[in-house]
Design a protein around this ligand. Structure first.
Ligand SMILES: Cc1ncc(C[n+]2csc(CCOP(=O)(O)OP(=O)(O)O)c2C)c(N)n1
Length: 374
């Protein structure tokens, strides 16, 4: 279904979400129509934030908002859905649009398989009436579903559309760009050339895929790396847990701006614990590049000041390879927690592959390697 017809039938004028590659037609449509506009379209830090923001919109306007997200974000909405929206609490209605990664029967990456299986179960458990939009769903069918759902919405309950791959279509193509020069993959190559055999915990999305391919190209083992393929926003907390328990070993975290913002409280906890052996690198392209390149709010926040205010004793920003290499070398030799923001271009190789080892193999090799270190 063409996305313009889809949104016409939903008939809402406020959208908030976290981008998803399956929902690219919707994301590009919203960027084309509204850009980022506080009245109509806000990309929030995580899906729970979106839900709460949409609740505020509803109370202020009496109009029904839309929250869009990948099904990976269901975990983030459960708390506000159960304890804010539910009709045994405040009865606040909204429409969820959920990209269905890991749909049963369709091959997908390991982090999507279980989430894909429980996507509708979780919605049912949360008392959210839901329908699947397939590539075959017609506008008339959607109108009928919406008219059935209007009673549910009027009772203060929420509804959801679970979107199959290819169900939404659009001709709108947007190329997201910024003025920075270093590509994420090149930045990771520079990190690996200096971290060498130190353990790395890398963030969700293409950063981990690039790290995997860089190890292959370098003919190095993958045992040095823990690829946080799901659980977006939690790489830095995993790194903290490792660093606090392997204190004589340098631990590197490669984070993304979308991921860091998603659970930014972790920076305060890292700053309070101040592990001397942790190097937290934030590759900031001001975008959710992995899922299409839509903007984050990272550039309207000063990430270095945030790190310092959270208690990181050293925090710096670089935007050239020369400064990057200098900071990486200094970090490796510094006996202090540090934060390096690396300003990055938006983009990736079109032939970027995916890890060829399983998630379990990744974890076991990484754990064996950690255990071999003092
Ligand atoms: C909770 C959750 N929401 C959404 C996603 C979908 N997703 C995967 S990668 C990604 C973007 C990550 O952005 P960033 O951390 O800035 O890294 P970049 O892709 O720009 O390298 C998103 C939104 C997800 N995996 N998990």
């Amino acid at each position: 279904m063409n996305v313009e017809n889809f949104v016409k039938i939903l008939n809402s004028d406020f959208y908030t979400g976290v981008p998803d590659s399956l929902l690219k037609p919707l994301c590009n449509y919203l960027m084309h129509k509204y850009g980022i506009d506080s009245k109509h379209h806000i990309i929030a830090a995580n899906e729970g934030n979106c839900t709460a923001l949409a609740a505020g919109y509803y109370m202020a306007t009496r109009k029904i908002p839309v929250v869009y997200m990948q099904n990976s974000g269901e975990g983030n909405i459960i708390n506000p859905v159960a304890s804010l929206l539910n009709d045994e609490v405040y009865a606040i209605p909204m429409i969820f649009i959920i990209g269905w990664r890991g749909e049963p029967g369709i091959h997908d990456e390991p982090q999507h398989v279980y989430q894909g299986k429980v996507t509708r179960t979780l919605l049912n458990d949360m008392d959210i009436a839901n329908s699947v939009i397939t590539p075959e769903t017609t506008e008339n069918e959607l109108k009928d579903i919406m008219s059935d759902y209007s009673t549910i919405l009027s009772h203060g309950k929420s509804i959801a559309f679970v979107i199959e791959k290819g169900a939404l279509t659009s001709n709108i193509e947007i190329t997201y760009k910024n003025n920075f020069i270093m590509k994420r993959e090149e930045i990771i190559e520079h990190i690996v050339s200096i971290s060498q055999e130190d353990p790395i915990i890398s963030t969700t999305g293409k950063a981990s895929r690039e790290l995997f391919e860089i190890r292959c190209a370098n003919q190095q083992s993958h045992k040095y790396d823990f690829l946080t393929v799901g659980s977006m926003g939690h790489a830095s907390s995993i790194a903290l847990g490792v660093a606090l328990n392997k204190t004589s070993q340098k631990i590197w975290c490669i984070d993304g701006d979308g991921a860091a913002l998603m659970h930014m409280g972790s920076m305060a906890v890292i700053g309070a614990n101040r592990p001397k052996n942790l190097i937290h690198i934030l590759i900031n392209n001001n975008a959710h590049e992995t899922v299409g390149g839509l903007p984050t709010v990272a550039n309207s926040a000063d990430m270095v000041s945030i790190a310092k205010a959270c208690g990181y004793p050293y925090a710096v920003s670089v935007d050239s390879f020369e400064n990057l290499d200098n900071e990486l070398k200094a970090a490796k030799n510094r006996n202090e927690l540090c934060f390096i923001e690396v300003k990055a271009a938006i983009g990736a190789r079109s032939n970027l592959g995916r890890p060829t080892t399983t998630a379990l193999e990744n974890k076991e090799n990484f754990m064996d390697y950690l255990n071999s270190l003092s």
